[in-house]
Design a binder for this molecule. Structure first.
Ligand code: HEC
Ligand code: HEC
Length: 277
C-alpha cells in the first residue's frame, strides 16, 4: 500500500515526496489543459466546417421551395421585391408598406441562406420560426389573404416548406449536440448571451423592440435594469419569471428547457452575489 511505503521513509522524505508529487500533478494538469485547448481548437475548426456544409446544403435544397417562397412570401419577406399591386389596392391605408417593413425586419429571403433578419439571430431560430409559421398557418398574414386568397399556403406547399426546413433544424441540432463542449467551455455570461441570441434577440435585441422591450444583447445593462432583474431575489426577476411561466418566448415550441432556465437563474444569482458583496 502506498501509505506504508511513505511511512517507512519517514516524514522528511515523505514531505519531499509530497512536494514532488504536487509538482508532478501540476505538470499533468498543465499538459491536460494544453491538450484540452488543442482539442477545443480542433473542434472549433470542425464546427465551422460543419456550418459551411450545412449552408451549402440549405442553398441547394432551397431550390425546391424557391417558387413557393417567391409567390407566397416575397411580397413581405424579400428586400429585392418592389411594392406590388397589393400596395396599390389600398393606396390610402397602404398596409403592405407596413407589412413589408415589418416582415423584412423579421425575415428576408434575399440571400436564401443564411437567412437575414434584423439583429442577425442564429439561423436555427429563424428556421424554427418558419416551421412554426407553417405549422400554425400564421403566414401569410390574414389581412393579406383577404386580398390574395390564392396565396394561402396549400397542404402541398406546407409539405414542401417543412421538407426544406425540418432537416436543416435537425442538422443544426445535431451540430449543437456534437459541439456542446465548445459552448460549455465558455462562461455563464457567454452562455446566456448565446441563449438570448437563440431565443430572444430577434424580438428584443439589436434594434428589435417587440412589446417595447429592447437591448437584451447588452447583458450588463440587463443586469442593471431593476424592471428585469431583481438582485435581491433572483427568482423574482421579471426576465426569469416570464421564461419560467412559459410566457416568453411567445412561441410555445421555443420554451426554455429546465437547463436553460437554470442557466438564466445562475447568471442572475452570480450577479446578485457580486452586488451584495
Ligand atoms: C403580407 C405580408 C406577409 C406575407 C405575404 C408573409 N409574411 Fe411572414 N411576416 C409578416 C410580418 C408583418 C411579420 C412580423 C410579424 C411580427 O412582428 O409579429 C412576419 C413574420 C414572419 C416570421 C417571423 C416570426 C417570428 O416569430 O419571428 C416568419 C418565420 C415568417 N413571417 C414567415 C413567412 C413565410 C414562410 C411566408 C410565406 C409562406 C410569409 N411569412 C408571408 C408579413 C408577411
Ligand atoms: C417572437 C417574438 C418574441 C420572442 C422570440 C421573445 N419575446 Fe419577449 N415579448 C414579445 C412581445 C410581443 C412582448 C409583449 C407581450 C405583451 O405585452 O403581452 C414581450 C414581452 C416580454 C417581456 C415583458 C416586457 C415588459 O415590459 O414587461 C419580457 C421580460 C420578455 N418579453 C422577455 C423575453 C425573453 C427573455 C425572451 C427569450 C427567452 C423573449 N422575451 C422572447 C415578443 C417576443
Amino acid at each position: 500500500m502506498a501509505s506504508s511505503c511513505s511511512d517507512e521513509r519517514g516524514p522528511l522524505i515523505y514531505s519531499f515526496k509530497g512536494e514532488k508529487l504536487i509538482k508532478e500533478q501540476e505538470t499533468t494538469i498543465d499538459e491536460e489543459a494544453r491538450q484540452r485547448e488543442l482539442w477545443l481548437k480542433k473542434l472549433e475548426v470542425e464546427y465551422q466546417e460543419d456550418l459551411l456544409n450545412l449552408e451549402r446544403r440549405a442553398k441547394e435544397s432551397f431550390k425546391s421551395i424557391k417558387k413557393i417562397v417567391k409567390k407566397k412570401c416575397s411580397d413581405c419577406h424579400d428586400s429585392r421585391e418592389k411594392l406590388p399591386f397589393y400596395g396599390r389596392i389600398f393606396p390610402r391605408v397602404n398596409p403592405v408598406n407596413k407589412h413589408q417593413r415589418e416582415g423584412l425586419i423579421a425575415l428576408d429571403f434575399k440571400d436564401t441562406y443564411p437567412l437575414l433578419a434584423r439583429g442577425n439571430p442564429p439561423q436555427v431560430a429563424l428556421l424554427k420560426a418558419i416551421k412554426s409559421s407553417v405549422e400554425e398557418r400564421t403566414m401569410p398574414l390574414k389581412s393579406y389573404l383577404l386580398v390574395y386568397p390564392f396565396r394561402r399556403i396549400t397542404k402541398k406547399n406546407a409539405r414542401a416548406l417543412l421538407g426544406w426546413v425540418t432537416p436543416l433544424i435537425a442538422e443544426h441540432e445535431r451540430i449543437a449536440q456534437k459541439y456542446q463542449p465548445l459552448f460549455e467551455a465558455s462562461t455563464t455570461t457567454a452562455r446566456v448571451e448565446r441563449l438570448f441570441a437563440l431565443k430572444c434577440l430577434r424580438c428584443h435585441g439589436n434594434g428589435n423592440n417587440r412589446g417595447g422591450l429592447r437591448g437584451l444583447e447588452d447583458l450588463e445593462k440587463v443586469l442593471k435594469n431593476p424592471k428585469l432583474v431583481n438582485l435581491d431575489d433572483p427568482r423574482e426577476s421579471e426576465i426569469y419569471k416570464v421564461c419560467e411561466s412559459g410566457e416568453m418566448p411567445t412561441d410555445p415550441n421555443e420554451r426554455l428547457s429546465q437547463e436553460e432556465l437554470y442557466l438564466l437563474l445562475e447568471w442572475i444569482e452570480e450577479a446578485s452575489q457580486k452586488a451584495n458583496n
